[in-house]
Design a protein around this ligand. Structure first.
Ligand code: CAA
Ligand code: FAD
Length: 379
């Protein structure tokens, strides 16, 4: 399989790298400290065409392939994973799901604004009692003829406070279990829809995570995505692609930490020589470099599977499982290579280490990826 990038993909990579260096790096530590959402930066990312990268240009998107998207995700994540999670949710969970399964009216009304970044979207599946066990939805969407009445609570929703358009998964017919679940588009400001307090997190602190509360929220029938009962399939199919985006985020976090550790090891001296001349440090760098490249190949493979119309449930889950493990291990080692400096904020690697952890939790924990992978290879 040929993983070499074409000229357009190289340009996208360079544009993302420049954006991360020039626009994200300068205040990334302050945003993390203050848990400040990258509002201006997201606006600029939208202007660059990075919020609807895979969407057809007729709906305001950039019309690019998945490989271009993961290349951009890697570069943005090297510097700021709080920004890249906003990018990932908007691109692969919200825009992709709407373009693939939404009606023409839904695309015209919502997709164009979302793919240009005029608005941001949120994907709302998790609940207090339905995280990994996603079919156990307690939020209800009762069918009232021409509309649904939605009640319940969603947890941990990325872009929870900043989004305008929310794709909400809810149970309509309990008897039918997961086949009685629907996906509804709910607009911010709809009466009865409240946004809970912002979570105070270990990592990706610049991102905006909230619970959402629905009290008798009236949602028109035309806001249902797909046929009655399609909601759980919608969530699973959308998440299969989303996991490729999070795998690319994990890859970027690992690669960012490695690049910083490599540079530092060639500058810092101990025992009369650069620390990179100590084999213990050189071998850490060798392991990091090898594992990052292996993760990159899995991420690219899953993106190409998606672009080539092949099944990507398995390759996406493998990419996320492996890249998130590499992100965690690489960032821990990057802190170690930085010594005491690794433990303070100015050197960035401690933040990357904190950010890496979430890639093993959201969009399906590592244990859930192993369920997806093992079911696929055993079936
Ligand atoms: N594509 C299409 N359909 C799928 C599917 C897929 N990839 N995976 C499962 N399904 C379908 C199954 O075919 C089945 O439908 P039928 O009975 O009609 O065939 C239905 O979904 C239920 O499947 P299972 O019986 O396999 O369900 P399960 O209860 O065993 O759970 C699971 C499967 C994979 C563990 C699933 O619950 C899961 O993915 N859990 C993790 C949830 C998750 O990833 N949440 C992420 C939230 S979003 C987020 O986190 C965003 C962010 O942070 C930024
Ligand atoms: P649980 O499901 O309670 O899992 C707890 C532990 O048990 C985990 O280690 C898990 O792997 C393990 N476990 C559970 N079931 C099994 C099993 N069958 N076999 C083996 N081990 C198992 N959700 C959204 O819908 N939208 C979002 O935008 C979103 N953004 C998020 C942002 C952040 C910062 C965070 C922290 C979460 C976000 N989530 C979002 C939720 C996220 O997807 C869930 O936290 C995740 O799916 C795990 O669910 P849980 O937290 O309920 O953990």
């Amino acid at each position: 399989m040929d993983f070499s990038l074409n000229e357009e993909q190289k340009l996208i990579q360079q544009a993302a790298r420049d954006f991360a260096q020039n626009e994200l790096l300068p205040e990334v530590i302050e945003r993390d400290d203050a848990q400040r959402f990258p509002k201006e930066e997201i606006k600029k990312l939208g202007d660059l065409g990075f919020l609807g990268m895979m969407v057809d240009p007729k709906y305001g998107g950039s019309g690019l392939d998945t490989l271009s998207y993961v290349i951009a995700m890697e570069e943005i994540s090297k510097i700021d994973a709080s920004t890249s999670v906003v990018m990932s949710v908007n691109n692969s969970l919200v825009c992709w799901g709407l373009e693939k399964f939404g009606s023409e009216e839904q695309k015209e009304k919502y997709l164009t604004k979302l793919s240009t970044g005029e608005q941001i979207g949120a994907f709302c599946l998790s609940e207090p009692e339905a995280g990994s066990d996603a079919t156990s939805q307690k939020t209800t969407a009762i069918d009232m003829g021409d509309h649904y009445i939605v009640n319940g609570t969603k947890n941990w929703i990325t872009n929870g406070g900043t989004a305008s358009t929310y794709l909400v998964i809810a149970q309509t017919d309990k008897e039918k279990k997961h086949r009685g679940i629907n996906a509804l588009i709910i607009e911010k400001g709809t009466p009865g829809f409240e946004i809970g307090p912002k979570e105070n997190k270990l990592g990706i602190r610049g991102s905006d995570t909230h619970s959402l509360i629905f009290n008798d929220v009236k949602v028109p029938k035309e806001n249902r995505i797909g046929e009655d009962g399609f909601g759980f399939k919608f969530a699973m199919k959308t998440l299969a692609g989303g996991r490729i985006g999070i795998a690319a985020q994990a890859l970027g976090i690992a690669a960012g930490a490695y690049e910083m550790a490599l540079k530092y090891s060639k500058e810092r001296k101990a025992f009369g020589t650069e620390i990179s001349n100590h084999q213990a440090i050189a071998f850490k760098l060798a392991d990091m470099h090898t594992e990052i490249q292996a993760a990159r190949l899995l991420v690219y493979q899953s993106a190409l599977d998606k672009d080539n119309g092949k099944d990507y449930d398995l390759s996406g889950a493998m990419a996320k499982l492996y890249a998130s493990k590499v992100a965690m291990e690489t960032t821990v080692e990057a802190v170690q290579i930085h010594g005491g400096n690794g433990f303070v904020k100015d050197y960035h690697v401690e933040r990357l280490m904190r950010d890496a952890k979430i890639t093993q939790i959201y969009e399906g924990t590592s244990e859930i990826q192993k369920i997806v992978i093992s079911r696929s290879i055993l079936k």
